[in-house]
Write a protein that binds this ligand. Structure first.
Ligand SMILES: NC(=O)c1ccc[n+]([C@@H]2O[C@H](COP(=O)([O-])OP(=O)(O)OC[C@H]3O[C@@H](n4cnc5c(N)ncnc54)[C@H](OP(=O)(O)O)[C@@H]3O)[C@@H](O)[C@H]2O)c1
Length: 322
């Protein structure tokens, strides 16, 4: 098997390299690409040092069994189609192709079946906040039908990559000018992630609206998100209000949450520090006043569950099905 990681020096790229080893994926050949800025840096894989290469169109014309992309949407738009054309399977963490109707948007536990027979081309990895929300809710949707979701996120700075983490750390040391975030993030909470659109929502919020419908294969689910950046290093948290089509009782909802693959339902309370470094989505504080609406809290590691682990799970599922 021949694999390459594109964006190998970034938060997600480094974690994908780590998760491949944790899952004992042993390719015969592996390459690591980034921009010219980091070309020549070293990446360790199963104890061997590999040199990071500069990403070029020529390198993407070679066929790989799997190319794991996490270098931003502009890089994906330029290079992923070339790789797909060369017969590679591209697993893309960026937002570039997620809403393209011809491209599967995959959370393997929910719609991994879409990978069967998909011999080459781009597979999109969803947005991090969307992944942990749909993982928590997909069994509820199967059993009770979700009519609407109102979600407020509490997203960590690592969601904005290594520059986002550096910005919080710099501000903690006293350099306070915001660059990556729209306002100071240290000692603050910023209710805007991404750019503001004409409808008043941000592009991050619209990803949650559109991607949820695509992954759960239901264009009628109405999603009302507010995405918020908080000064936490790893893990996104979400307060989620869900309205169902069919009536439920609370034990039924708890059983549906518990039935989710890689989901932990608990009456304990989970925080980002509890979830960091794990591959699980934690759900708790489930409560309701009536039988069609409930509230819950959910936490997951955005770099793992929301990006790297989902990408490696796509790779493994693709191998299993093809
Ligand atoms: N962080 C998250 O929670 C998360 C979750 C889901 C999806 N994603 C997506 O994953 C992607 C990467 O995010 P990240 O958080 O890992 O960002 P990051 O830490 O900023 O890393 C970006 C990576 O892309 C590389 N890169 C940038 N421009 C490039 C170019 N022109 N050619 C080749 N490589 C280039 C960088 O290489 P250099 O070292 O050379 O700059 C670095 O390896 C983004 O599309 C992001 O939206 C992130």
């Amino acid at each position: 098997m021949k694999i390459a990681v594109v964006g190998a020096t970034g938060e997600v790229g480094r974690m994908m390299t780590r998760v491949l080893q944790e899952r004992n994926v042993r390719p015969d050949e592996i390459s690591f690409f980034a921009s010219a800025r980091s070309a020549g840096e070293g990446v360790e894989f199963y104890g061997r040092k590999h040199r990071v290469k500069e990403l070029t169109e020529e390198a993407m014309r070679e066929r790989y069994d799997y190319l794991l992309f996490s270098a931003g949407a502009a890089v994906s738009r330029q290079y992923a189609p070339i790789a797909a054309e060369a017969g590679s399977v591209v697993i893309d963490n960026s937002s570039a192709f997620r809403m393209d109707p011809a491209i599967p948007l995959v959370v393997p536990e929910i719609n991994g079946d879409l990978l069967k027979g998909y011999s080459s081309g781009i597979v999109a990895n969803p947005n991090c906040s969307t992944i942990q929300m749909v993982l928590a809710l997909y069994r509820v949707h199967e059993r009770y039908g979700i009519r609407s979701i109102v979600v407020s996120t509490y997203q960590s700075v690592s969601g904005a990559g290594k520059n986002g983490m550096n910005e919080l750390e710099d501000q903690m040391r006293g350099h306070i000018a915001p660059k990556k975030f729209v306002k100071q993030i240290h000692l603050n909470v910023v209710p805007q992630i991404g750019s503001l659109l004409e409808n008043g929502f941000t592009d991050e919020e619209m990803k949650m609206v559109n991607e949820t419908r695509k992954i759960l294969r239901d264009p009628d689910i109405s999603v009302w998100p507010t995405t918020v950046r908080v000064p936490v290093l790893y893990c996104h948290s979400e307060s989620i209000f869900t309205e169902t089509r069919k009536p439920f009782d609370l034990p039924g909802i708890e059983a549906a949450l518990e039935a989710g693959e890689h989901v932990v339902f608990s009456r304990d309370m989970f925080t980002p520090l509890d979830a960091a470094g794990t591959d699980l989505t934690y759900v708790g504080r489930v409560r309701a006043f009536d039988d069609t609406r409930f509230l819950m809290w959910n936490v997951a590691d955005n770099i793992r569950v929301g990006a790297a682990t989902n990408a490696v799970r796509i790779l493994l599922k693709h191998r299993e099905l093809n």
